[in-house]
Design a binder for this molecule. Structure first.
Ligand code: S3P
Length: 166
């Protein structure tokens, strides 16, 4: 099994379903946001506030580059698609699965969330960011999973089926 990278907008369920898939497969679950925070020794909000988004993206790419190529499930940050280089890293090393959720679903899940600086802005900006990234997620995803009409278990099962086939 090659590493599986889950991509998608904030709140698309990458971490929750990723943990469950990793558990079922008995492989490590890796979260790029956690690795960024460990590397920077700061929370994501503080990195954005004190060092800026560009620096956050630099750390994120460094982290992605250094993740082991052993079998694992990797939840990436929603903005992983902001740097072209990240696509190359993921394509070369593993399977990229896009978890799609409609904006309304995401807005409903996240509501008020102060831990995500790019969600913590006005509705128009959040929506514009979503619209801007949507085609990129669809392009980068080697497999696309529609999650709106699925519960957690069903999404996990769909991912497991994809993994079994690759
Ligand atoms: C971001 C998504 C977050 C985190 C950071 C930036 C983004 O990850 O990396 O707040 O640009 O969409 P999640 O997708 O896990 O929330």
């Amino acid at each position: 099994m090659r590493p599986v990278y889950l991509i998608g907008f904030m709140g698309s369920g990458k971490s929750s379903v990723g943990k469950m898939c990793a558990g079922q497969l008995s492989v490590p679950f890796i979260d790029t946001d956690t690795l960024v925070e460990q590397k920077a020794q700061q929370s994501i909000s503080d990195i954005f506030a004190e060092q800026g988004e560009d620096r956050f993206r630099d750390i994120e790419t460094a982290v992605l580059q250094n993740i082991s190529r052993e079998p694992s499930i990797i939840a990436t940050g929603g903005g992983i698609v902001e740097r072209e280089r990240n696509q190359k890293i993921m394509d070369e090393n593993g399977v990229v699965i896009y978890l799609h959720a409609d904006f309304a679903t995401i807005a409903n899940r996240l509501q008020v969330d102060s831990s995500r600086p790019l969600w913590n802005q006005d509705l128009q900006k959040r929506h514009a960011l979503y619209e801007q990234r949507l085609p990129v997620y669809r392009r980068w995803g080697q497999h696309v999973i529609e999650t709106d009409d699925k519960g957690l278990e069903e999404t996990v099962q769909t991912i497991m089926n994809v993994i079994k086939q690759v």
